[in-house]
Design a protein around this ligand. Structure first.
Ligand code: R2B
Ligand code: URA
Length: 295
């Protein structure tokens, strides 16, 4: 862990009991007794939608012999479930939403582990989601090696007038371990870079938005440019996720995204609900095959 990059000035005051930490978007604070049940936390699994979180928690409970599922009460922003050492949380769509989720979960994790950096570093983080693929069949699962913004540069944020850049790489050994845990399966898995766009239409160079700022040639030039950089899918949270987790110094995290459309063939997501369900299940299976070994 990178102790110097964790805001211990604030977080250690919580541990000393000087004030509680309010995880506002989750509707609890650090003094809430429900958190005592989360002390064994070993993995944080993130997904965009609350329904997927509920389904993941049910699946994990089934795998773990009906282990109880605990919910945090507030579901207005993020849906949360805890079951057998895994905290499942939805993050909404896009980096502004997901960054709130990740920061509050990190504060919670720090509190749960009493600020013990070795314990914290044993936590595995994963985002499981959907994405637009580049030259791969829908349903393919992409394991991300590095996530970049749409201009090919890493995630950055403004801190006042200063632009802060984050490291978007994902740990190769975790991606390799996930691939290994799925070696005997029938799901197509590809490793590659991921573009995390700030928007679904304009920044992903779609031509079917209500605003279209790029021509067909420009769109394909961009798809070709990112493909040549090693990008195999496009989504909306990965660069922030790896950026923050690298900043704090975590060693084990991953992004596992199914593709639901091949952007080299079209912009609209025309798959049926059944097909989409199947694609999502692929990403879930890849996660659980690894979680069963890890947790
Ligand atoms: C994938 O899918 C969502 C947009 O449909 C977004 O949250 C993402 O990253
Ligand atoms: N999510 C995205 O952000 N883009 C896609 O094309 C599909 C899912």
């Amino acid at each position: 862990m990178k102790a110097e990059n964790i805001n211990r000035e604030f977080l250690d005051g919580v541990l000393r009991g000087e004030y509680p930490d309010v995880y506002y978007h989750f509707g609890v604070d650090s003094s809430d007794p429900v958190l005592e049940k989360f002390r064994d936390l070993k993995a944080v699994v993130l997904a965009g939608s609350g329904e997927r979180i509920k389904e993941f928690a049910r699946t994990w409970s089934g795998i773990r012999g009906g282990s109880p599922v605990i919910a945090l009460p507030k579901e207005e922003r993020f849906v949360t479930r805890y079951c057998d050492r895994v905290l499942f949380a939805s993050h909404g769509m896009g980096m502004p939403s997901a960054s709130i989720c990740v920061q509050e979960l990190m504060r919670m994790a720090y509190y749960l582990k009493g600020g013990d950096l070795e314990e914290l570093d044993r936590i595995f983080w994963a985002r499981v989601g959907t994405s637009g693929g580049l030259g791969v069949e829908p349903g393919t699962v992409i394991l991300t090696t590095e996530s970049l913004q749409a201009d090919g540069r890493p995630y950055r944020l403004l801190a006042g007038e200063r632009e802060h850049y984050f490291d978007g790489t994902f740990p190769g050994k975790t991606a390799a371990a996930i691939a290994e845990a799925n070696r005997s399966g029938d799901i197509e898995i590809v490793t590659g870079k991921t573009v995390a766009a700030n928007e679904f239409f304009i920044e992903q160079m779609r031509r079917d938005g209500a605003i279209c700022l790029s021509g067909e040639a420009e769109k394909f030039a961009w798809l070709d440019w990112i493909y040549k950089k090693g990008v195999r899918n496009i989504e909306m949270e990965g660069a922030m996720l790896s950026g923050f987790l690298n900043h704090w110094g975590f060693s084990e995290f991953a992004m596992i995204c199914c593709t639901i459309v091949d952007r080299t063939r079209g912009d609209q997501v025309t798959s049926t609900p059944e097909q989409l369900g199947g694609y999502n299940r692929n990403a879930g299976k890849v996660l659980f095959n690894y979680l069963e070994k890890f947790v």
